[in-house]
Ligand binder design. Structure first.
Ligand SMILES: Cc1cc2nc3c(=O)[nH]c(=O)nc-3n(C[C@H](O)[C@H](O)[C@H](O)COP(=O)(O)O)c2cc1C
Length: 189
């Protein structure tokens, strides 16, 4: 698939069939993550591939508790209606974690220190695009309680859980999501 087609056609999927991801496709998706640019080429990401139903179910339960807390704090109705079923329906979750120490020159720049997280996000986007090119649907997911999710997934304390990629096959075609016009987003100096 042409890169620009993949960029435009990839959409977030929030409802999955239980169909497994073929092992060779999963390997290609992870490999694509590893080809992302990273600060000082530190490749700080660690990929936790979660297939266990019980771990996914525990994660889902902890996310539901978090959503309830956010609803109480914010009053946002969408949070109370948000369904986390995709966390158990999708065959694979890929938790992307890294050490905040692996942040390169950022550590000496006041107000920064995000290099490790930016690198992980580049890896996530690579995985999303690779998955799409392979016909696999995904969701970039962050609505989790970080300490609780780390504990459930056995991610060491020194690593930050930057994001989770939900991956599988969508039950319904994802909705098209509009984008802002480029002119609204661009400043040419
Ligand atoms: C950093 C980041 C975090 C996100 N976290 C969530 C999330 O927790 N739950 C969710 O449903 N979507 C999440 N998304 C997906 C966005 O909602 C989605 O990308 C956006 O609405 C555009 O839709 P599209 O991906 O279909 O183009 C996240 C996206 C990014 C980049």
């Amino acid at each position: 698939m042409d890169l620009f087609t993949a960029l435009k056609e990839r959409r977030s999927c929030r409802n999955y069939t239980g169909k497994e991801i073929e092992p060779d496709k999963l390997e290609k998706i992870l490999e694509a993550g590893g080809w992302a640019p990273s600060v000082m080429n530190l490749q700080p990401w660690r990929f936790y591939v979660i297939k266990s139903h019980s771990l996914k179910a525990r994660l889902k339960h902890s996310c539901e508790s978090l959503a309830q807390e956010i609803f109480v704090a914010s009053g946002w109705k969408w949070v109370s209606k948000y369904k986390f079923d995709f966390l158990v329906e999708a065959p694979v979750l890929i938790a992307v974690a890294a050490s905040p120490k692996d942040t390169g020159a950022d550590q000496f720049i006041p107000g920064r220190g995000t290099g490790y997280a930016c690198s992980c996000c580049a890896a996530v986007q690579n995985m999303l695009l690779a998955a799409h090119a392979l016909g696999v649907d995904t969701l970039w997911f962050t609505l989790y309680d970080t300490p609780r999710a780390k504990e459930i997934l056995g991610i060491p304390g020194e690593l930050d859980l930057v994001s989770i990629v939900v991956a599988g096959y969508c039950a319904e075609p994802p909705k098209n999501v509009p984008r802002k016009p480029l002119a609204e987003l661009t400043v040419t100096l």
